[in-house]
Structures are given as structure tokens and as C-alpha cells.
Ligand binder design. Structure first.
Ligand code: GTR
Length: 391
């Protein structure tokens, strides 16, 4: 009897799950993407100047209002304190600095703890990878007592780049009850606004404060910063790079729904589900689009286009259907027209490539990796090639 009940519950939850989320290509249905190169009042965008003067501001404004909120740029003061230093970290291969980045506004302050290794074999200012870390702090151990593929610092140092990371929780705890307890203490007025940023915007803000630090560190070439994020961190990386043009390259790994995946494509995670499970990620206006993706004035190809002409690399994984690999590929493809306005020809193929065939000699780069939802050594190997090619 008991076995039968357990079996029935399992069957029921499986069918409910299958009903809620689509994993079948032939059930995706048809959808129409909003026009990238036509303004709200119907003007055609014909060149780079039209894009920059008419359409780009409009599109970023739509994302701010309906999805992510506008990342604030004003504050009273920013201070950088090196709290730990080791000139011969990694057996002498790297210089380690731990920096507290403290930002002050209206008698409140917040600190972002940055871990930074620079390669000792390079004499001049170096380009850097900055990871928005949404996983355990152990992944970015400054003492290197833990070595993790999620942040393979030694490999990046060998390749001649600096590598840095901060924890998302410093900027906004990743929790629907406590996300306010970070940088939003500086901007409490945003909490009352339907279009105010929440956690994803807060993480993007923190990445920009790290950029403020890079601009002051002579060891770093701040014009060559590759911002990278995995999954929810990938969503934040895309938004940060859209909002802050100082990021030279954006890499979004397995970023999925409201990251690089097209929202209108009914496959895997949906807007309704992301807003219900993670109400603290996007602004309140976004909740209006639960089960109404077709009413969104934007789709995610437009988010990638906002980063043009800077290089963007998108990844997916063959078993990570929740993040909709094909939906991410199609968003990237549909961002191409804006890159073309800058004469930056993408070499992304027409059809979704097979796993483990990276495209990196292109302003828009892509791979689908064999395997599950994760950030792996394989992914970083391709990122280095992409960044080598562009920087
Ligand atoms: C999932 C969420 C995804 C993705 C992922 C992650 O639960 O539904 O959108 O962001 O978490 O961050 O690993």
C-alpha cells in the first residue's frame, strides 16, 4: 500500500512538473521577438549613430523599467583598503591582494571584499577576469587551501591574466527575506519603487565598484576587464555590462532565464517560475509578465545587443535544459544586427552547434558543453581563448 502511494505521488509530481515546464522542442510553439532595430515610435535604425542616439537608450530604459531596475551610480565616497597582501602567493607565481571596497552614502556604508591575484611574470598592467561569485567563498580561497574549477586562479595566472572575485552576498544577500541588507541600505528609496533594483541589480552595482577600484590599481589594465558570472551570476554579469560600458568583455555562463535565454521561447524555466522562486532578483514590475512573456517590450537578445560592440560570450550545457541552451543560442544570433552596425561580423553559425565546438574568433562567442549546469575547467579554457583573441 505504502509503495503504491509513494509511486502515485512520484508519478503525480512528475506529470505536474512536466505540465508546468516544457522540455520538448516541438511544443515550443511560435513567438515573435520585439524588433531590435525599430524604435517605439516606428523609426528604423539604419546605422550606428541611429542605434546610439535613438534606440539604445530606449532599450536600456525598457530593461530598467520592466525587469532589472536602474543601477544607481551616485554615492558620497568610495574607499579602497588593502587588508592583506602576499607578493609571492601561488608559490611565487602571483601577487595577492585582498581589498575592502567601502562605499558611503547618506550616513550608510557597505563593503565589498575583493580577492585579486596578478601574475608576477608580467611586468606591465594586465587584463583581468572578474568573477561575480554566487557560490561558496571556498571557491575563491586566497590561501589556495581549496582549489576549484569554478575559479581556476592558477590557470588564469599562467595564461598571463589577473583574476579577481567578490561574493554576491556582500552586495545583496541571495535571499528573499534579507536581500535588502547590503548596498540597498545606501539606497533605501529604491525599495519602495516598482522599478527599483533588487539583488541582480545590486550585484551588478558591486561589479561596477570593483571596476572603480581597477581604475586606480596600476597593476591592472582597466580597459581590458572580462566580467564573468555563472547562472544567476551570469544574469548579473550581462546586466552589469549593459549598464556599465567600462567592462570590455562579458561572459555569461549557463545564465538561462532572464539571462541570455529568450523569454518568449517556452522551454525550461519561465518568467512566472523565476519571479515566484526568486522574487528578490528582479524589480516588481517584472511580476506583471508572469505567464505573459509575449507582452514584454523586450526580449533577451536585446540585452546582449546593449553590450555591442564589446565582445560577449554565452555558454550552455547539453544537460542543462532548465536554462534552455537553444534559447540562449537564438538570443545571441538575434543580437547580431547591432554588432553589424559596428561592422563587427559574428561567425556564430545559423544552426545550434553540436556540444564542445566553441566559437571564439567572433565578437559574439558561444559554446554548448557536454554535461550539466556548472562552471568548469572546460568553460574557462574557452574563455581564455576568447579573451586572448579579443584583448
Ligand atoms: C536556479 C534558477 C536559475 C539559475 C540557477 C543558478 O534555481 O532557477 O535561473 O539561476 O538557479 O543560479 O544556479
Amino acid at each position: 500500500m505504502r509503495i503504491v502511494i509513494v509511486f502515485l505521488i512520484a508519478l503525480l509530481s512528475k506529470t505536474m512538473y512536466a505540465q508546468d515546464f516544457n522540455y520538448e522542442e516541438d511544443k515550443v510553439g511560435t513567438y515573435e521577438l520585439p524588433e531590435l532595430l525599430i524604435t517605439l515610435n516606428g523609426k528604423k535604425v539604419k546605422n550606428k549613430a541611429d542605434w546610439e542616439n535613438m534606440r539604445r537608450e530606449e532599450v536600456i530604459g525598457l530593461f530598467q523599467e520592466h525587469i532589472y531596475g536602474k543601477v544607481p551610480t551616485d554615492f558620497d565616497r568610495i574607499e579602497f583598503h588593502v587588508i592583506q597582501e602576499d607578493p609571492s602567493a601561488m608559490n611565487g607565481d602571483a601577487y595577492l591582494k585582498e581589498i575592502n571596497i567601502s562605499v558611503f552614502r547618506n550616513n550608510a556604508s557597505v563593503s565589498i571584499h575583493l580577492i585579486l591575484f596578478t601574475p608576477n611574470h608580467k611586468k606591465n598592467a594586465v587584463p583581468a577576469f572578474l568573477l561575480i561569485n554566487n557560490r561558496s567563498v571556498r571557491n575563491t580561497s586566497p590561501s589556495r587551501d581549496t582549489i576549484s574549477d569554478f575559479w581556476p586562479a592558477e590557470k588564469i595566472i599562467q595564461a598571463g591574466y589577473a583574476i579577481a572575485s567578490f561574493q554576491v552576498n556582500d552586495a545583496a544577500p541571495d535571499n528573499k527575506g534579507t536581500f535588502q541588507n547590503g548596498m540597498l541600505h545606501l539606497y533605501p528609496e529604491l525599495l519602495d519603487k516598482d522599478d527599483g533594483i533588487k539583488a541582480i541589480g545590486a550585484w551588478a552595482w558591486a561589479a561596477s565598484r570593483v571596476m572603480d577600484y581597477f581604475e586606480k590599481d596600476d597593476a591592472i589594465n582597466a580597459e581590458k576587464i572580462a566580467l564573468i558570472g555563472h547562472s544567476r551570476g551570469g544574469k548579473a554579469a550581462l546586466w552589469a555590462a549593459a549598464e556599465d560600458a567600462r567592462f570590455g568583455i562579458c561572459i555569461a555562463n549557463n545564465s538561462g532565464n532572464t539571462g541570455a535565454a529568450l523569454s518568449r521561447r517556452n522551454f525550461g524555466e519561465t518568467v512566472q517560475r523565476i519571479n515566484t522562486k526568486f522574487p528578490h532578483w528582479f524589480n516588481d514590475n517584472y511580476k506583471k509578465y508572469n505567464n505573459k512573456e509575449s507582452l514584454l517590450p523586450v526580449d533577451q537578445h536585446m540585452l546582449i545587443a546593449l553590450i555591442a560592440p564589446r565582445p560577449v560570450y554565452i555558454t550552455s550545457a547539453s544537460e542543462d535544459l532548465w536554462a534552455d541552451p537553444k534559447g540562449m543560442f537564438l538570443a545571441l544570433k538575434n543580437a547580431e544586427p547591432v554588432y553589424e552596425l559596428y561592422d563587427r561580423k559574428s561567425t556564430v553559425p545559423e544552426k545550434h552547434p553540436k556540444p564542445n565546438r566553441p566559437i571564439y574568433r567572433s565578437p559574439l562567442g558561444y559554446h554548448i558543453r557536454e554535461g550539466e549546469h556548472n562552471l568548469t575547467e572546460y568553460d574557462w579554457t574557452q574563455f581564455i581563448k576568447f579573451v586572448d583573441f579579443h584583448f
